[in-house]
Design a protein around this ligand. Structure first.
Ligand SMILES: Nc1ncnc2c1ncn2[C@@H]1O[C@H](COP(=O)(O)OP(=O)(O)O)[C@@H](O)[C@H]1O
Ligand SMILES: [Mg+2]
Length: 245
């Protein structure tokens, strides 16, 4: 099952992704993909990262001769991806990192796409933490998402933006199974205005998550997001997981 998250910057995608990954890792092995060039997910998960797919991609495009003789480009990229995988308990973390540089990336992205396709099939769960418009990874590499979580701040404009990003996913050819709106960081109960706005924008599945003081203090300390099961965010994420599996 592929779960992708999208939403504008700062709405809580990486925080929510991290908790989805941690909770799912109790059920099976999770492929976690940080597809935002502003790599945040490793810090939230507390997994140190020293290699990114973006570096591999840029290096091969810039210097195709770096591929040793006797191996195909596909084999080489698959091997490099495996080396860039950060394994931690039941979580295998891949970080996209830098976006494309100068040069022609079509061939390289096709190879990456094939490698991803093959890899995703081996995992019970894949969770992709995207940047706002899904420009760099998902458009070219991620073919589909069984579940697309559109994360929004608790405002009408935020919900409209989430709806727009949901439309972008379809426009770029991503096949999406189910779409769920996650209204995050609420100061209290979900107000009727936002429920109405969600419905007006075509969202029938909505999860509301309140402001979590533990998430706030982890942010102040810059620490990873290891939350107790009864924390506000953990409970919100459990609700999402119950909806989808
Ligand atoms: N439910 C929440 N309660 C409190 N703070 C939150 C909550 N969700 C996110 N935050 C905080 O909001 C900020 C942005 O979250 P982040 O997950 O990095 O967003 P994004 O990945 O969408 O840019 C972080 O400082 C994070 O700690
Ligand atoms: Mg983020």
């Amino acid at each position: 099952m592929i779960i992708a998250l999208a939403g504008k910057g700062g709405v809580g995608k990486s925080s929510i992704s991290s908790q989805i990954i941690l909770q799912l890792s109790k059920k099976g092995v999770v492929l976690a993909v940080d597809a935002d060039p502003n790599t945040n997910l490793p810090d939230k998960l507390g997994i140190p990262v020293d290699a990114t797919i973006g570096e591999i991609r840029n290096r091969i495009v810039k210097d195709p001769d770096s591929i040793p003789g006797g191996v195909s480009k596909h084999e080489y990229v698959a091997l490099e991806i495996r080396k860039a995988m950060h394994e931690h308990d039941n979580i295998d973390l891949l970080v996209m990192g830098r976006p494309e540089g100068e040069g022609c990336y079509c061939f390289m992205n096709n190879v990456l796409k094939e490698c991803f396709d093959g890899m995703i099939k081996k995992y019970e769960f894949t969770v992709v933490d995207n940047e706002a418009g899904m420009e760099h990874l998902s458009r070219k590499i991620l073919p589909k998402a069984d579940v697309l979580l559109l994360v929004s701040d608790p405002t009408k404009i935020g919900i409209r933006t989430a709806a727009r990003l949901s439309a972008v996913a379809s426009e770029v050819g991503m096949k999406v199974g189910r779409r769920i709106l996650v209204i995050n960081n609420l100061p209290g109960d979900l107000p009727q205005e936002l429920t109405d706005e969600a419905r007006a924008n075509g969202f029938s599945d909505v999860v509301a998550i309140r402001h979590d003081p533990l998430v706030y203090s982890a942010g102040l300390e810059g620490s990873s997001l290891k939350l107790p099961d009864d924390s506000v965010l953990s409970k919100g994420v459990s609700e999402i997981i119950k909806m989808i599996i």
